[in-house]
Design a protein around this ligand. Structure first.
Ligand code: WTA
Length: 650
């Protein structure tokens, strides 16, 4: 674990500024004063029990929180519900049947939209078709899709029939897909022939075919036709989405799920080479995401809400699919990149669809800033009323730009801190009430308790850097790591007994505001995506030329972190440009383009302690071009000197 006090690791560079919400926004917002904070503080469990009333339960829960098996907490025990029925059926029955649920625009400008009644019908159809393919409650279904409506329909269809979905980001490689199918033991893969990215067609199905023969549990592959890219059809295994949908059509009653029955697995990077299967349940998760969506995004019936995440990440799960649809919102989704066909694509879409609430990542905001103010100025963004940020720390400069240039100074910015594990937003402002400090995620959401502790787990003093922990359970918390209860305990609950350890460094100012500094473990945040340094290292040493590899993150003005690798080669391999390219491509093949190292440096040796541990800390110092930290445990100081020399070569 990194020491948050390590010089230069986290810069506390804040010109503190407080921006008070108010005016028209507060006058019309759901929460206008501190009552929600006060209510939750008085009795958090009673608060969450109250929030659970906005979920449809087919059987009411008996106990709000069962902590008897801690740290395996169970929420709303005894309760039964179905997530897809909460996202669809109740709106169809409750007066939103003709309201737009999902509006999609493709990269090529095509537009498709679904009312709640239409989305319900599609989901029933697919649920029914999956049942016909033999998918039963508890079975695993992997979804590897572009950002198209069928991905969301697939998630909801799984939820409907009680199948546990595992969405794998479409930008991951086939090998990464294989690891995740094998770990989840999935029976069915739902994918597409390919996806569009910046005008190019990227294959999915033909890529998957390279690894599917090594996935013994997989029985069926469902293919959505998107790009007409060619692929081999495997008789008896492969079926077309279009065809099974046409042949289905029976009603598909939702499966009854217990509150802690699994809803999905989402793989995320941790500190080892193997991704963690973060397993979320149903009842607590739905209460958590519904409540936070409503209050953090100050949900209004006529909102057009756009979250730019991909369904392959937790933000897509909680704040494109389950939270907004559970509230009956109109969700806009876009297939493509922000700079295609032009760099004002997002602003064009906001103007065109009159988007009111916009939720994106700091890395995107920093790119927009670099592209210049004239692009947003050329579009009518007056429909916007609220802005959100997620995925990584947002620097005050980017925050202020977002607030001024995109929000016209009138839209509050909610900087939402949370994780795949937490399932729901944990630290955030409430847009109508909480004074905002650019760069700070502000305060824990009502009913959530967070803190900052020192190395020993004692509360840190105001403004003292330490480790971010959660002090009590929260409803959307993950159940466990899939088939790895031991790792669940060790990774999250043993660092500081009785506290959930987030893996982030933070400090709290004298007003109790949280300032998140980023990961203190071996996880990088590259463009808002979590990537484990060990995963990249494993991918590198998988190449026959590589003997050892050490991967670190170097600060990057746009991406947050850039991946920098140091490798030593096996006997008989020579460093050079061709091998460099080959190694980068190898990482892309093993993980995906998002993990492509920005730089790879060849070294004759890596700096190690006497016991043989690679000292990544020193490599970080070299990469950041700063004085070396403590080198007393370093075995051979010559090694560092020679790496530094090479590193500074142009
Ligand atoms: C980081 C994404 C600062 C943090 C929802 C966390 C943030 C990791 C913020 C989780 C934020 C997320 N400010 N840092 N507002 N939001 N992070 O699991 O390091 O992909 O631990 O979930 O992203 O990433 P994950």
């Amino acid at each position: 674990m990194k020491n948050p006090d390590e010089p230069g690791v986290f810069e506390k560079s804040i010109e503190e500024k407080v921006i008070h919400p108010g005016g028209d926004f507060t006058a019309q917002s759901l929460v206008k004063d501190d009552y929600l904070y006060a209510l939750a503080a008085k009795d958090p469990l009673a608060f969450w029990a109250g929030m659970a009333e906005s979920i449809n339960w087919s059987k009411r829960w008996e106990q709000v929180l069962d902590g008897s098996g801690a740290p395996f907490y169970r929420w709303f025990t005894g309760g039964e519900l179905n997530a897809s029925a909460n996202c669809l059926d109740r709106h169809v029955l409750g007066g939103r049947k003709d309201k737009a649920a999902l509006i999609f625009e493709g990269e090529n400008g095509e537009r498709v939209s679904f009312t709640y009644a239409e989305l319900h019908k599609e989901v029933e159809r697919l649920g029914c078709a999956l049942r016909k393919l033999g998918v039963k409650k508890g079975d695993g279904v992997t979804i590897w899709m572009p950002m198209i409506p069928e991905g969301i329909i697939a998630m909801l269809a799984c939820a409907r029939i009680g199948a546990v979905h595992s969405v794998v980001f479409g930008g991951f490689s086939a090998e990464a897909l294989k690891t995740r199918i094998l770990d989840a033991g999935s029976k069915v893969l739902i994918t597409a022939d390919g996806s569009f990215r910046r005008g190019k067609k990227m294959p999915l199905k033909s890529e998957a075919d390279r690894v599917l023969p090594e996935c013994p549990t997989l029985e069926k592959v469902v293919i959505v036709e998107r790009t007409a890219l060619p692929y081999q059809r495997v008789e008896g295994r492969d079926v077309l989405y279009r065809q099974i949908m046409a042949e289905a059509g029976d009603p598909c009653p939702p499966e009854t799920m217990k509150a802690d029955d699994p809803l999905f697995i989402l793989y995320s990077s941790g500190t080892t080479g193997k991704p963690k299967g973060i397993l979320h349940g149903t009842g607590g998760y739905m209460v958590g995401v519904t409540t936070t969506f409503r209050y953090v995004f100050d949900y209004r019936e006529d909102d057009v809400y756009w979250c730019t995440a991909d369904i392959g990440w937790i933000t897509g799960h909680s704040y494109i699919v389950y939270g907004p649809l559970s509230c009956g919102a109109t969700v806009f989704i876009y297939e493509g990149a922000p700079d295609y066909p032009a760099r004002d694509r997002f602003w064009e879409l906001i103007e065109k669809y009159k988007v009111t609430v916009f939720y994106t990542a700091p890395t995107a905001i920093r790119s927009f800033m670099r592209w210049g103010d004239s692009l947003p100025a050329g579009r009518d963004l007056s429909s916007l009323r609220l802005l959100g940020s997620v995925g990584e720390p947002i620097n005050p400069e980017a925050w202020l730009w977002y607030h001024e240039i995109i929000g016209g100074g009138r839209c509050p910015v909610v900087d939402t801190w949370w994780q795949t594990e937490t399932g729901m937003i944990i630290i955030t402002s409430l847009p109508g009430v909480t004074p905002m400090k650019p760069g700070s995620a502000t305060r824990p959401f009502p009913g959530v308790e967070a803190g900052v502790v020192d190395e020993e787990g004692n509360p840190a003093a105001a403004n003292q850097k330490g480790y971010l922990v959660l002090k009590s359970p929260w409803p959307a918390m993950f159940n466990t790591l899939y088939r790895d209860d031991k790792r669940y305990r060790e990774a999250y609950w043993e660092q500081f007994p009785g506290l959930y350890f987030t893996g982030d460094g933070a400090w709290r100012d004298e007003d109790g505001y949280f300032w998140i500094m980023g990961r203190v473990d071996d996880v990088l945040n590259v463009s808002g995506h979590r990537i484990g340094t060990m995963e990249v290292e494993s991918a590198l040493v998988d190449h026959p030329a590589v003997a050892e590899a050490a991967v670190i993150g170097k600060s990057h003005a746009i991406k947050g972190h850039a991946i920098i690798a140091f490798v030593t080669l096996r006997e008989g391999f020579a460093p050079g440009e061709p091998l460099l390219r080959e190694l980068k491509d190898h990482v892309v093949k093993k993980i995906g383009a998002l993990a492509r190292p920005e730089q790879i440096h060849f070294a004759s040796e890596l700096p190690k302690t006497r016991s043989g541990k690679i000292m990544r800390r020193l490599l970080r110092d070299i990469a950041e071009n700063r004085a070396l930290g403590d080198t007393t445990t370093l075995m051979d100081s010559q090694v560092v000197a020679s790496i530094r020399e090479k590193f500074s070569e142009p």
